[in-house]
Design a protein around this ligand. Structure first.
Ligand code: NAP
Length: 481
């Protein structure tokens, strides 16, 4: 696929800009070949983008929800119509299999659609007063300019999951996408423009994360920062936001436990665990990072899962039958291998995989790997791996395994596999996680609240909850005769 020159990758007040001599090369992670170049913006561009977003606030926020809705509907339609091409671009810059990429684009369009529907539902409240000569109103107001920072693992859906509710609420946005995957962001901006979004309502700045982040943190016009990424950067943003008491919405890292109980359907559970761990090559914040299997079915389950893992086809995401693409970069591959080596040095057994893939592509591929004999002192049991390794531990008591599952600083997603409804309800209530999947490993959907607790974040994306992040409540007290 031929991607035209993308150096005009900065969008400010409706105008696409480049920066002479400040560009960044974007690489295909499967081949390590350059795809194109984008502009490398910094503080100045970020400040100008914030200014444009602030200027656009009055007219955009005063439009009716129905008017804003029309633009989001149109954008959703345009995105769906173009899903194949957009999927190909996403695979080129991110590496995931094309079917997953097209699925992500359609999922991203679904966020635009859902918030097109929500745009006209920013309800307030009429509170019955205790004093007869008063009337008490609560009016939802858009919070103002939003700074949005997104990661590379879902280059399309992480953007619309933030932008769609912000726009529906009447906010304007400055977006900084991940440096590895700016092309999907550029395409989304172009779609919004074609859908009729007024100039300045959404602005895009590719480039220096620290400088763009500082502009968002230091400029008082930015009232909310919505961030998806690592817990370390989330903590930094939280600390710096205190200076201007900015609101934050943080979708951070995870370390999802999956628990396979003795009453699970083994075939079904193995298929679901496979999907949870190896979708996007394990580079998913909610993917299984540790697997607990009841000792009575451990052998049968491990055999079944190993059969399935051995059938996974590694390769370029653009090849039709590929199921595992490359890791995003060298650093990611080194982390995955460090987790493997640490586990093996501490006594883990490699059931399958266990090494970088020895294929004919230059990218950072890794064999899908299962580890057994895993102990809690291994890095993989507490740190996010973000790659295709699954460590298995056995258990024999429900309370013990829930305690082990909850023993984490993270609290994003957890999964249980059981055919017993009582157990499903009982254990899902006890798990300290923002999301629990019961015989379901793909819980993210536009109509439901997605987000973590503990060090996995603050706030929700999706559902009506996602839009309320971008609204603040104004209380109006009216005295009457
Ligand atoms: P990351 O290193 O934290 O980067 C995320 C974004 O933040 C990138 O655009 C990055 O740009 C930017 N950034 C880094 N330092 C910054 C700074 N000082 N100021 C402003 N922006 C800054 O995370 P990642 O490795 O790209 O993404 C993977 C992480 O995201 C994992 O931990 C994963 O669990 C998490 N995640 C969470 C969710 C969720 O919904 N909870 C969803 C997806 C991913 P640069 O790369 O240019 O520094």
């Amino acid at each position: 696929m031929n991607i035209e020159n993308q150096t005009k990758s900065i969008l400010i007040d409706g105008v696409w800009r480049d920066i002479e001599e400040r560009t960044e090369t974007i690489y295909n992670p499967a081949t390590l070949e350059p795809i194109t170049k984008v502009a490398y913006g910094g503080r100045q561009e970020a400040d100008e983008a914030i200014q444009a977003a602030a200027k656009a606030i009055p007219s955009w926020s005063e439009m009716t929800g129905r008017e804003r809705s029309g633009i989001l509907y149109k954008a959703s339609e345009l995105m769906n119509e173009d899903a194949e091409r957009l999927g190909e671009i996403l695979t080129l810059e991110q590496g995931k299999p094309l079917s997953e990429a097209i699925g992500e684009v359609k999922g991203a369009a679904a966020f635009l659609l859902w918030y097109a529907e929500e745009a006209s539902r920013g309800y307030g409240e009429w509170i019955p007063p205790s004093n007869k000569s008063k009337r008490l109103l609560v009016i939802p107001k858009p919070i103002g300019v939003v700074g949005a920072i997104t990661p590379w693992n879902f280059p399309s859906s992480m953007i619309t999951r933030k932008i769609a509710p912000a726009l529906a609420a009447g906010c304007t946005v400055v977006l900084k996408p991940a440096p590895e995957t700016p092309l999907s962001a550029i395409e989304i901006m172009k779609i919004l423009q074609r859908a009729g979004l007024p100039d300045g309502v959404v602005n895009l700045v590719t480039g220096d994360a620290e400088e763009i982040g500082k502009a968002m943190l230091e400029n008082k016009d930015v009232r909310l920062i919505t961030f998806t990424g690592s817990t370390a950067v989330g903590k930094y943003l939280m600390q710096e936001s205190a200076k201007h008491v900015k609101k934050l919405s943080l979708e951070l890292g995870g370390h999802a436990p999956s628990i396979v109980f003795e009453d699970a359907d083994i075939e079904k559970a193995a298929t679901l665990v496979l999907g949870s761990k190896f979708r996007n090559n394990g580079q998913t914040c909610i993917c299984t990072n540790r697997l607990y299997v009841h000792e009575s079915i451990a052998e049968a389950f491990t055999t079944k899962l190993t059969e399935k893992v051995n059938e996974l086809k590694i390769g370029s995401g653009l090849e039709e039958d590929t199921q595992l693409g490359p890791l995003i970069n060298k650093k990611a591959a080194e982390k995955v291998h460090a987790h493997l080596e640490d586990a093996v040095n501490k006594g883990a057994e490699v059931v399958c995989g266990g090494a970088p893939w020895d294929g004919d592509l230059k990218g950072y591929f890794y064999e899908p790997t299962i580890l057994s004999n895993v102990t809690n002192d291994m890095m993989i049991m507490s740190e996010e791996t973000f790659g295709p390794i699954i460590p298995i531990q056995t258990f024999n008591d429900e309370d013990d395994v829930i305690r082990a599952a909850n023993d984490s600083d993270y609290g994003l997603a957890a999964y249980i596999f059981t055919e017993n409804t009582n157990r499903a309800i009982r254990t899902s209530e006890k798990l300290d996680y923002g999301i629990v999947g019961v015989n379901d490993v793909f819980p993210a959907t536009p109509e439901a609240p997605f987000g973590g607790i503990k060090q996995s974040g603050i706030g929700k994306e999706g559902g009506h909850h996602g839009m309320s992040e971008f609204l603040e409540e104004k209380f109006v007290s009216i005295g009457i005769d």
